[in-house]
Write a protein that binds this ligand. Sequence first.
Ligand code: SAM
Ligand code: SF4
Ligand code: SF4
Length: 336
Amino acid sequence: MTKPVIDKLGRPIRDLRISLTDQCNFRCSYCMPKEVFGPEYAFLPKRELLDNKEVLLLVHCFTRLGVEKVRLTGGEPLLRRDLVDLVHAISTVKGVRDLSLTTNGSLLPRYAQDLKDAGLNRINVSLDSLDKDIFQKMAGGRGDPKSVIAGIDASLEAGLSIKTNMVVRKGVNVSEILPMVSYFRDRRITLRFIEYMDVGNTNQWKLNEVYPSNKILDIIRERYQFAPVDPNYRGEVATRYRYTDIPVEFGLINSITKPFCSDCNRARLSADGKLYSCLFASNGHDLKNLVRSRIDKAEIVNAISKIWINRHDRYSEERATGTQDSNKIEMSYIGG
Ligand code: SAM
Ligand code: SF4
Ligand code: SF4
C-alpha cells in the first residue's frame, strides 16, 4: 500500500463500490421508474464502459490508498456478460479482503456457482416483498419474488454468504415487513431494511413516503424480541439487532432518520469510470480518460488521492438544511 488517505473530515477510504452497467432488467419505482427509463432512454454506449482490464487497474490503484472492500453493483451487475471473469481477477488482487456483489437476484440461479468458484465472498440480494403483486409494484411490473428466492437458494447451495435488502416505501410494501422478517428469520438469513432515499432526480422522492426505521422496529417488536448488537467496525452502514431466541440478526439502514456520514469511507466508481465521493453527488471525477491515456499507475493513484483528500461530502447530514445541489446523479448509474 502506498499510503492510506484521509479526507477533510478525517475519514479514510476503505470501501469501493463499482457500478458495472447502468442497465437493469427491473424498473424499481424508487430507482429506475419505468416512465423515465423507457424504450427511448439513452443508456451508456458500450465503448464508454470500463472494460475488465480497466476496472482491474483501478482496483489495484484504490487498494494502494487503503481500499480493502470491493462491492460490484449497478444497474444490475449480472447483466454484464464477463462478470465472472472480473470477479476472478479482482479476487486475486492483494489488498482486497472482501469482494461482494449487490444484485436483484433474478439471474443468480444461472451464475451463483460460477461466482463462488471465481472467488466471490458475499452477496446482497434486494427483495422488497414476498407477495407477487406488491413485488411488481415496487419493481415496475418486472420479475417475481419466486425467481429471486430461487437465486437466494442457488447462492446458499453454492456456499455464498447472503444478506437480503428490503427498501420500505410507505403506502406500498409496509405490510410485507413482518412476512419478510418471519421468512428470513426462519431461514437464518440476515434481512436489512433500507429507508427510501432521495437519490437521483427521477423517483419524485417525498419525505412523507419514507417509512422510518423506528416504526419498522415497532412492527417487528409486535411479534419478536430482539436486542441491539455492537457495530463490527467503524463505518458500518447498518444498525444491527439480534433476536433473543435464535442467533439471527437483522439490520436497519437509516440514511434518512439517522445519517452516518461522519464514518462514511465509501468511494463509488460509475460504469463509465467516474469517481464519486458521495451517493448524492452531482459531479464525478473522470478516471477513464486517465486510464485510457496510459499514464503511469502511480499518477492515477496520485490523482485519486488528491480527490479523496479534498472530499468533504456529508449530504445526508445536511439534508434537512435544503441547501444542497438538486441535480443528483441516478443510483442505477452510480451504483448502490
Ligand atoms: N440492481 C441491484 C439491486 O437492486 O440490488 C444493484 C443496484 S441497486 C441501485 C442497489 C441497492 O440500492 C438495492 O438494494 C436497491 O434496493 C437500493 N436502492 C435503489 N434506489 C433506492 C432508493 N431510492 N432508496 C433506497 N434504496 C435504494
Ligand atoms: Fe434495477 Fe436494482 Fe435499481 Fe431495482 S434497485 S431498478 S433492480 S438497479
Ligand atoms: Fe456517505 Fe454521502 Fe451517504 Fe453521507 S450522504 S453517508 S457522505 S454517501
